[in-house]
Design a protein around this ligand. Structure first.
Ligand SMILES: Nc1ncnc2c1ncn2[C@@H]1O[C@H](COP(=O)(O)OP(=O)(O)OP(=O)(O)O)[C@@H](O)[C@H]1O
Length: 319
């Protein structure tokens, strides 16, 4: 993306690029490669800008809220939420994650610390756990995981809003919300009532998942929540023995939906046991092995997400 001059400060041979979104050192590469600019000693500073959200009348106390949703269950929405949250943290941002999947909160398993319970402070606010550098709040930390299924129906919607409002978040740049799967009443109420900056839709390339992903996109658009992008998960599987790639759930379905709906495709993530294994034991690959090729690939999606969120918000304010 073009770098406005106002993002650069220069002092003798030192130059600082201050970006209003989470970013990697890679953003400095074009500047370092430039014939004239390359003479400076470049430094990157991340100062995430608070962007407008879908409820302008509510105070923006939570940073930029990004909901991660899927029309269909089991497509990897929670896994993607966790990896994106950790990746944004690695890109220099202060990040929180809210497990809004009241039917089956999986965050305590994926981030670890299942045995720890959330503390409630004197103002009756829940203190989120800090796991792998990000702040996490989940009903799974509050209730016994086996009991989580009782938070259903009208109670689930109320519990979700309470969890959102009554968590004592520190100052955040991004709050990732792992939504319950589907496009029913809970999702609609959440999308209508909470201050959301953008939505990420997760799907597999499978036809049944794609139809539901499009339903999700339509739901968010109806209530004025911009779609920041789409992630196609479980896009292909590479055999570790022979290297053959197999599109188990069909190929390029997510890409097709992204084209049709005119939303950015933020990534096509493979089905890979190394992604699952880390999440099963509370040690996600993104934090356990940040330089692993899969971690780098997922971080590229997070980088694109941060840029899209920012540029879409700029375009909206100009309209
Ligand atoms: N790309 C991937 N590679 C390997 N395993 C994956 C991948 N994505 C998700 N999984 C695994 O698939 C299972 C389901 O993923 P996850 O819980 O994230 O799905 P979900 O869409 O949030 O499910 P639900 O609808 O129940 O909330 C988990 O065990 C997870 O570790």
């Amino acid at each position: 993306m073009p770098v406005p001059a106002s993002w650069v400060t220069v002092d003798e041979n030192q130059a600082v690029l201050t970006l209003p979104f989470a970013a990697s050192e890679g953003m400095l590469e074009p500047l370092k490669a430039d014939k004239t600019l390359g003479a400076y000693n470049w430094q990157l500073r991340v100062a995430v800008e608070k962007l407008p959200n879908s409820q302008p009348e509510l105070p923006m106390t939570f940073g930029n809220v990004i909901v991660v949703s899927s029309g269909k269950g089991g497509v990897g929405k929670s896994s993607v939420s966790v990896q994106l949250a950790l990746a944004l943290h690695q890109l220099g941002a202060n990040v929180g994650i809210l497990d809004a999947d009241v039917y089956g909160p999986s965050l305590p398993t994926m981030l670890g610390g299942q045995e720890e319970k959330l503390e409630i402070n004197a103002q009756q606010k829940m203190i989120p756990h800090q796991r792998h550098g990000i702040w996490a709040s989940s009903l799974g930390y509050l209730t016994d995981t086996k009991d989580a299924a009782i938070w259903r129906g009208p109670m689930a919607s109320a519990a979700l809003q309470q969890l959102f409002r009554d968590t004592k978040w520190p100052r955040l740049d991004y709050l990732i919300v792992d939504m319950p799967p589907g496009t029913g009443d809970i999702q609609l109420t959440f999308a209508q009532k909470l201050p959301i900056t953008g939505a990420v839709v997760v799907t597999t390339p499978q036809t049944v998942a794609l139809a539901d992903a499009e339903k999700g996109i339509t739901m968010f658009r109806k209530v004025g929540v911009p779609i920041t992008g789409l992630i196609e998960n479980m896009s292909y599987y590479t055999c570790s023995a022979c290297g053959h790639q197999d599109a188990i759930f069909g190929s390029e379905g997510g890409l097709e939906v992204a084209r049709r709906e005119q939303v950015p495709l933020l990534g096509q993530w493979p089905l890979d046991s190394r992604i699952r294994a880390g999440l099963d034991c509370g040690k996600p690959l993104q934090s356990a092995e940040p330089e692993h090729e899969l971690s780098v690939m997922m971080r590229n999606s997070a980088q694109q997400l941060a840029i899209e969120l920012y540029t879409q918000a700029q375009q909206q304010t100009k309209q």
